[in-house]
Ligand binder design. Structure first.
Ligand SMILES: C[S@@+](CC[C@H](N)C(=O)[O-])C[C@H]1O[C@@H](n2cnc3c(N)ncnc32)[C@H](O)[C@@H]1O
Length: 402
């Protein structure tokens, strides 16, 4: 790392700056999402680098943390993600009316909603699936953003998918939990009671969001492949946390939710094929990566594992391509929050590679904030001392030279 870059590194604890904010305050914890931003990082960027009413884009917006924080600080946000779930998530997390139905389900003579995804039957005991199909049938007759999130929770809880593991995975533990539930009988009552409790929690989070809401607009766009996306307007700032190198498979994790939203096998498969970095090379526009650090680590990873170097190349071509292209539309600041996840045991300094390339695309490196918190809850109930080999996380700040 050059001396100039080193001098610009500041050690910080985002959580200590905002001791009153928790990672799940307001509507942030309404529904789980892997590798979610800690809201304090977003708040820090907004407070320090943006003004009221300005626009912020997050091209890898996930569960929409940037959108929620924007509306709580009177900024506007554009939140884009490949995962279509971002749209209902943000709709619920930023829902403003007070109204929420308390007695929602009467399953007598309820219409039936059958997901198109062919594997749905593998994920539920028939007894539960029949009840869920009725609940979703009633929902689609009279949709409501908060009810949808509570239904997502119910549809996970009564499935064979382990609640603690982000990708859909059948664990022995969950199988025996389901067997216990099946022994109890009176399934409809059990499921409806769970739903009511889930809806109460969602409603509480929504009310908390409303207390903090200060104004602004949040546009959520799901199902978008940002690697081939052109922004048709200028935006003041970009703030994001891109996927990690050997990344999590987000679409795979959300198959159940996507199925209940109406996605079929082909649609789910096609979305999964666009995820960074696993997508086919020919779907990634070529760019000239201008970073000596990238080259140095390319050689090291190639020597160790020639197969993994392809993933490394696809990852940086995709992510740097997005920053380069969207960067042309950014008026002021770019903030990138990233950790040094490893490629086959070698951890390239992502922040340094981003800085070097963007310095060649009209940006000046201002500061890198290195978070002293060495652990982050990437997944529910799993606090990782070093998730995916990540030891520190940093927020890189760059400014457009205009
Ligand atoms: C680290 S997560 C972002 C989490 C987000 N900061 C939050 O607070 O929830 C990275 C995101 O990149 C998205 N992603 C992966 N490939 C993508 C692509 N080709 N186009 C758009 N988004 C993509 C994933 O769906 C995932 O939500």
């Amino acid at each position: 790392m050059s001396n100039v870059t080193l001098e610009k590194r500041v050690v910080i604890s985002f959580r200590d700056i905002y001791p009153r904010l928790t990672t799940t305050y307001a509507s942030h914890g309404m529904y789980y999402y892997p590798a979610r931003f800690i809201p304090q990082v977003v708040r820090f960027f907004i407070d320090k680098y943006t003004k009221e009413q300005e626009w912020i884009i997050d091209p890898f917006a996930g569960s929409g943390t940037v959108g929620v924080e924007a509306l709580m600080t009177n900024r506007n946000a554009i939140c884009i993600d490949l995962n279509p779930v971002i749209e209902p998530l943000l709709k619920a997390k930023t829902y403003l009316p007070d109204w929420c139905p308390d007695r929602y389900f009467n399953l007598k003579d309820a219409p039936i909603y059958k997901p198109k995804w062919s594997r749905i039957k593998d994920w539920y005991p028939q007894e539960f699936l029949e009840i869920l199909e009725k609940m979703w049938g009633v929902y689609y007759e009279n949709p409501h953003p908060l009810v949808l999130i509570a239904l997502f929770k119910v549809s996970r809880r009564f499935s064979f998918a382990d609640d603690q593991v982000p990708k859909i995975f059948r664990s022995k533990k969950k199988k025996s939990e389901i067997e216990e539930m099946l022994k109890k009988g009176n399934y409809e009552k059990m499921i409806l009671e769970f739903f009511e409790k889930a809806l109460k929690d969602v409603y509480k989070a929504s009310m908390e969001f409303k207390r903090y809401y200060r104004g602004g607009t949040c546009i959520a766009k799901g199902g978008i492949d940002i690697v081939n996306y052109e922004l048709d307007r200028e935006v003041n700032h970009l703030l994001t946390s891109p996927p990690y190198g050997m990344a999590h498979e987000y679409i795979r994790s959300f198959k159940l939710e996507l199925a209940w939203l109406g996605y079929d096998d082909k649609q789910i498969r096609n979305l999964g094929k666009l995820e960074i970095p696993y997508r086919p090379e020919e779907t990634i526009p070529k760019i000239d990566i201008q970073s000596d650090t990238y080259e140095k680590f390319y050689k090291r990873i190639e020597e160790k594992n020639p197969k993994i170097v392809k993933v490394y190349e696809k990852y940086f071509t995709s992510v740097l391509g997005v920053f380069e292209r969207l960067g042309k539309r950014i008026i002021d600041y770019i903030g990138i929050f990233v950790g040094n996840a490893s490629f086959s045991g070698i951890s390239p300094p992502y922040d340094q590679i981003f800085i070097e390339h963007l310095e060649n695309c009209g940006f000046e490196h201002i500061t890198t904030y290195v978070d002293v918190i060495k652990s982050r809850k990437l997944f529910r109930k799993r606090k990782n001392a070093s998730p995916n080999g990540i030891e520190t996380e940093s927020l890189v700040i760059l400014k457009a030279k205009r």
